[in-house]
Design a protein around this ligand. Structure first.
Ligand code: NAP
Length: 300
């Protein structure tokens, strides 16, 4: 983990992280810690969060949908970072991401906030705002842009951390024919960029596309992962219509969300957005090295 020394711009006031316990939120929390920035987390389950986050992270109980809980959590913070996932489907009205952001912006009216940032998605989302998963991200980007607060929208591409999610019963398979190339990114490298933005006040009032070091199709990336990390090599494919059918027949909303998500990925033709600066982390983890690291971590 990179150790950044505490600088004149490192505040004593904490940063509020929403989604601190998540796959992509936790590395940001750790990186804030390494930079000497105190973190406060708004969490639904304080005991579970304590086990994940450790004792240094201050925990405030609550749901991001509750404006009072968000106001309490934000009080006295220098900044806020949102790394939430919408688990209830892709309707903006039900989205924890959107409701959470609205509540943070509402609470920010009562205090001074030096920085507010969120994770969005790669690509020019204005072009794809008709696709439900991206509509939510696009609306978040618009909310931040129009907030009048110093904001940064992070638009990372696909994460290496998503590769294990393709494995079911030891077998890796991809939903649909995914032909696009993605510059797979390690969450650790992404987290460094987020924290540097806060500590150095870089990329303020802007959108930032964050890419990893090399481009792969999903199949190529998953083949590398399977080759290094799985006893069973090779990568299969599940047709998208079959996935939809299984989700409908089985009444499985998660499967239906996976279907919608991967149908969406197949339609987005570029990771970049003309309105966003592109950044590649310094000395980024290569996919092969990231995979080997998973083996070491699992063995420890
Ligand atoms: N995977 C990729 O390649 C990729 C690429 C670009 C962007 N993204 C985006 O990154 C975001 C985060 O992804 P992730 O994988 O880190 O998600 P995740 O592991 O599911 O984490 C989601 C976090 O949000 C919290 N949360 C959700 N609803 C909440 C609520 N109502 N109140 C309080 N906390 C709530 C969860 O808390 P609990 O611990 O209580 O559940 C958890 O900490 C997503 O929006 C995703 O679309 C992902």
């Amino acid at each position: 983990m990179a150790i950044m020394t505490k600088t004149a711009s490192t505040p004593d006031r904490p940063v509020l992280v929403l989604g601190a316990t998540g796959t992509l939120g936790l590395p940001v929390v750790r990186e804030f810690g390494a930079a000497g920035v105190p973190v406060r987390a708004l969490v639904r389950d304080t005991d579970r969060a304590a086990a994940i986050l450790g004792p240094q992270v201050e925990r405030v109980p609550g749901d991001v949908r509750d404006p009072d809980a968000v106001r309490t959590a934000l009080a006295g913070c220098a900044g806020a970072y949102l790394s939430l996932r919408s688990t209830e489907g892709f309707e903006p009205a039900d989205s924890a991401e959107l409701i959470g952001l609205r509540n943070v912006l509402g609470a920010a009216r009562h205090q001074t906030l030096d920085w507010i940032a969120c994770i969005s998605g790669a690509g020019d989302l204005a072009r794809y705002a008709h696709l439900p998963p991206l509509r939510i991200k696009y609306q978040m980007e618009q909310l931040l842009r129009n907030s009048g607060l110093p904001y940064t929208v992070f638009k990372p591409t696909h994460f290496m951390e998503s590769l294990p999610l393709f494995v079911r019963q030891g077998r890796a398979s991809i939903p649909g024919r995914q032909r696009r190339l993605y510059h797979y990114l390690a969450a650790r490298d992404y987290a460094r960029i987020v924290v540097q933005s806060f500590v150095r006040r870089e990329h303020i009032d802007s959108k930032l596309t964050v890419l990893g070091p090399a481009a792969y199709t999903m199949r190529q990336a998953l083949e590398i992962y399977a080759d290094i990390c799985l006893p069973r090599k090779g990568v299969g494919q599940v047709p998208l219509p079959l996935l939809r059918l299984l989700g409908t027949i089985g009444g499985d909303p998660q499967l239906r969300m996976v279907h919608t998500l991967f149908k969406t990925f197949a339609q987005v033709d570029s990771e970049t957005d003309d309105g966003a600066e592109v950044i590649v982390p310094e000395a980024p983890l290569r996919l092969e090295d990231w995979c080997r690291l998973q083996l070491t971590t699992a063995a420890a």
